[in-house]
Design a protein around this ligand. Sequence first.
Ligand SMILES: Nc1ncnc2c1ncn2[C@@H]1O[C@H](COP(=O)(O)OP(=O)(O)O)[C@@H](O)[C@H]1O
Ligand SMILES: [Mg+2]
Length: 238
Amino acid sequence: MADALLQLENVRAGYGEAVVLDGVSLTVPQGGSLAVLGRNGVGKTTLLLTIMGFVDLMQGSVSFRGQDISRLAPHRRARAGLGWVPQERDIFASLTVEENLTATARAGRWNLDGVYSLFPRLRERRSNMGNQLSGGEQQMLAIARTLMTNPSILILDEPLEGLAPIIVEELIAKIGAMASEEGMALVLVEQHAEVALGLTEQAIVIERGVVAHAARSADLLNDQATLDRYVGLNLVEN
Ligand SMILES: Nc1ncnc2c1ncn2[C@@H]1O[C@H](COP(=O)(O)OP(=O)(O)O)[C@@H](O)[C@H]1O
Ligand SMILES: [Mg+2]
């Protein structure tokens, strides 16, 4: 695809002898957004780890801006514009909020003022240490820190996991606002299918190591039978 920003072709990946993904292809266009759905343990995180270079690619390719990046080290993929927010958040516990934000920052549209306007709570907590933050604040910090690297694509792994409903609502609104920011693409892995589909243009469902279903998010949102089949109980909002 001519305007593809991120493209996976026939990807096989896993851990040692264990093949988790086998034959996964997907495309995220410039400024596009993709929801990645599927039950627990199907390989959603593995897919993101493969995109970022933390899991060995056994077959197939990962391309970014038309270049094969399959052999690039993770930090070089990040520098190239892949902005990944891991499922474990992974913020620096012994640095302040502001130090967390500036440690890996790169020049661009997102700076301290920008992320503090997006997440005013982080401005209030700017001098607190990472390990003094609530779960919701840590997630905001993890997202803000990645924004500070000024990625071309933001890759979020279950950003709403384990958060209180009021924080979830706030984060959904912020992610929605970012998704509509011009230029930045979004990959969103989320157990809350309705939320993910409401924030994205395209969606894929992973099952048994492959893309079992691909659709426009708006269409999948109305396709209860497919959601029941592949996402099951995860659709239920808590
Ligand atoms: N480091 C690892 N070593 C071996 N197997 C792993 C590792 N991480 C995950 N797995 C396995 O890979 C499969 C997919 O896991 P994961 O990608 O975390 O799924 P999801 O994010 O969809 O819940 C699971 O069977 C899981 O047990
Ligand atoms: Mg996961």
